[in-house]
Design a protein around this ligand. Structure first.
Ligand SMILES: Nc1ncnc2c1ncn2[C@@H]1O[C@H](COP(=O)(O)OP(=O)(O)OP(=O)(O)O)[C@@H](O)[C@H]1O
Ligand SMILES: O=P(O)(O)OC[C@H]1O[C@H](OP(=O)(O)OP(=O)(O)O)[C@H](O)[C@@H]1O
Ligand SMILES: [Mg+2]
Length: 289
């Protein structure tokens, strides 16, 4: 049984559970506060704090983990990202409270400025790369209030919608890191053969779910004499599949294609314009190219 460390609470919990479920790995927890649970037949889930997961994986207490890439960066441990789950997307940014006489851009943040953050390692590294020495003010959350309390000149914190910065009157001045939830493991060379093989299976299952979410399966009846124009509209994985419709009108063929989710809107209206009928768009559960 491979142990996979997962966040026990917070922002990532539900989205990770959904990806695992779609990959066929149902987490069977005895109760809400259980620390371990079985997950499919091959894995057991170990529930810990999102920010502790990199340490647990690096130390071998878990064989792999799923957590934010920001947590991995902050841990400073050497870990591989096997799959980007494309959930929990956010950015770690430097933000300021603009006021007369104070810094209003990254370049104006002086040496010795006080920076409140729960990401001291990433924040310090970011300023060091820019030949700046800052004074870190460690906080464990709600860094946004620090400038208002007069204990910091800037903050380094996560943003996604930007609304927390906005309500606190702060503006972004630079990006430290782009983050999303990742399947992480120790570097491959350090893994026993059987663990590496099981993680390959897990990575394939998760990446097929992530890929499928970005695509849709589209079917349409296409006028035979418009096939060439329809081919130009449908990218498909390896071009559309064209199927003769038995017993149907000779003037139409059925076309199936995999299309990017964000292009469905445009493609459907172009197909309609080319005289296609019976257009059907469905979700894909998994996609292995
Ligand atoms: N606003 C956000 N939008 C998207 N993802 C986020 C956001 N905030 C945090 N995350 C992601 O979720 C991870 C866990 O954050 P969460 O808020 O659940 O816990 P935490 O604040 O780090 O810790 P705790 O609640 O245990 O003190 C972060 O490391 C980051 O990857
Ligand atoms: O750009 P936004 O969409 O406003 O999100 C950003 C906020 O989300 C996170 O906090 P969270 O809500 O997780 O609270 P926490 O401080 O307790 O971690 C982060 O620390 C920011 O405060
Ligand atoms: Mg948080």
């Amino acid at each position: 049984m491979l142990k996979i460390a997962l966040p026990n609470k917070g922002r990532l919990v539900e989205d990770i559970r959904d990806v695992l479920r779609d990959a066929g790995l149902k987490v069977r927890a005895g109760n809400e506060r259980a620390l371990v649970a079985s997950m499919g037949d091959e894995f057991s889930a170990l529930f810990v704090r999102a920010s502790d997961i990199p340490e647990f994986v690096a130390d071998g207490a878990a064989d792999a983990g799923i957590t934010g890439w920001d947590c991995v960066g902050e841990s400073g441990r050497e870990l591989d990202s096997l799959v980007d789950l494309k959930i929990g997307r956010c950015r770690l940014v430097v933000a300021l409270h603009p006021r007369p006489g104070g810094p209003s851009t990254l370049d104006e943040i002086p040496n010795g400025a006080r920076v409140a953050t729960s990401f001291p390692r990433l924040a310090e590294g970011f300023f060091r790369e820019r030949q700046r020495t800052v004074q870190l003010v460690p906080v464990s959350g709600a860094a946004e209030v620090a400038p208002h309390l007069g204990i910091a000149d800037a903050i380094v914190d996560l943003v996604s919608t930007g609304s927390t910065l906005r309500v606190n009157g702060l503006v972004e001045a630079g990006t430290v890191l782009e983050s999303s939830a990742r399947l992480i493991a120790r570097p491959r060379a350090e893994l026993p053969e059987d663990v590496a093989a099981a993680l390959d299976d897990l990575a394939l299952a998760l990446s097929s779910v992530v890929r499928a979410r970005e695509q849709r399966y589209l079917m349409a009846n296409v006028p035979r004499d418009r096939l060439d124009s329809v081919r130009d509209v449908l990218p498909g994985i390896s071009g559309p599949t064209i199927i003769e419709v038995r017993g149907g009108s000779d003037d139409f063929v059925a076309v199936h294609a995999v299309v990017p989710e964000n292009q469905v809107y445009r493609i459907v209206s172009r197909l309609k314009g080319l005289g296609c009928q019976g257009i059907l768009v469905t979700r894909i559960e998994r996609l292995v190219p």
